[in-house]
Design a protein around this ligand. Sequence first.
Ligand code: HEC
Ligand code: HEC
Length: 294
Amino acid sequence: MLEKNPVIFIILAFVVIMVGTTITMIAPFKWINGPGDRIAEVKPYTPLQQEGRDLYMREGCNNCHSQTVRTLAADVERYGYGGTYSKSGEFVYDRPHLWGSRRTGPDLARIGLKYPDSKGAWHKKHLENPQSVVPASNMPSYAFLNAPLDTTYSERKMKLLDFPYSQADLDDLKGKSEMDAIIAYMRKLGTDIPVKKAAAVTSASAAVVKNPFTTLVAVERDAEGTYKQHCASCHGEKREGTLGPALKGSVRSDAELFKIISGGIDVNGMPSFSGTLDDQNIWKLVTYIKLDTK
Ligand code: HEC
Ligand code: HEC
């Protein structure tokens, strides 16, 4: 009967659609990014980071990389680097957001935690020639970003986005390259949020200062795989040292090595692995890297 009366039918259909729209799209605005959703530690981008973000969009990095850690445990373990899943409050300064939907490459939401190096040496090497650090990578080379940064609109962007900046921030842009900007952006991602720091995480395992794996035979296969996956890109395939120092036949004590691998050395770029590897695997690595043959 209804379908014979198109006007009423259209009005009713519209009402039904609007109910769904209101519940799923309009109502959430009341709580998403509301005051309770803000995270005090999350800071706006500096002019250099913002320029890097614009380059990230210009180069379409988001076509291969997502920037959101989903709530799934596997996602948090793989891409959280000691942080949790992404919260809406982390994106308040992202206009537009760059969550992305494709993961040809890894998620980058917390990439700043993975490569803490204050000089960005890993990023530079990787962006210039991804295959030099990850031989099987299909990421293209971005060596051409070693070009002067265009700062014509930097100040206007900061004003438009309503981000705080100082003349010193703007002066800081002088002489910077596009590479510097994109690295500054990479280094910022995920670093605002409070993460459980390695020291706290390892306190339990630090009590177990004795390496349970004293003979290499038992651990070699596991450790070699872990090493290739997590360490070779900075310490070389044969532990000979590239971006990071040589590890082959390290003379450091087991406990010392455990502490370094687990907690990292922030300023110089040795990441913390306490969020990525469990104690057993770290001990196996300790035994493996002390090996002075092969
Ligand atoms: C064609 C797809 C593709 C594009 C485009 C791309 N990447 Fe990648 N990216 C990858 C893949 C695959 C990897 C994993 C292998 C590797 O580390 O090189 C990766 C890795 C990375 C990593 C290291 C991630 C980690 O967890 O170690 C960073 C950082 C990164 N890309 C940044 C960028 C930036 C910045 C751009 C744009 C300038 C970009 N990528 C463009 C595919 C891509
Ligand atoms: C992103 C690059 C990077 C990755 C990945 C990395 N490291 Fe490092 N590592 C460094 C750098 C850089 C240093 C030097 C830090 C310093 O001396 O301040 C270092 C230092 C170390 C040291 C101390 C060396 C010494 O005797 O001074 C050990 C041990 C170590 N790394 C082990 C590992 C292990 C094991 C892995 C894999 C689980 C790993 N690293 C992954 C960059 C990296």
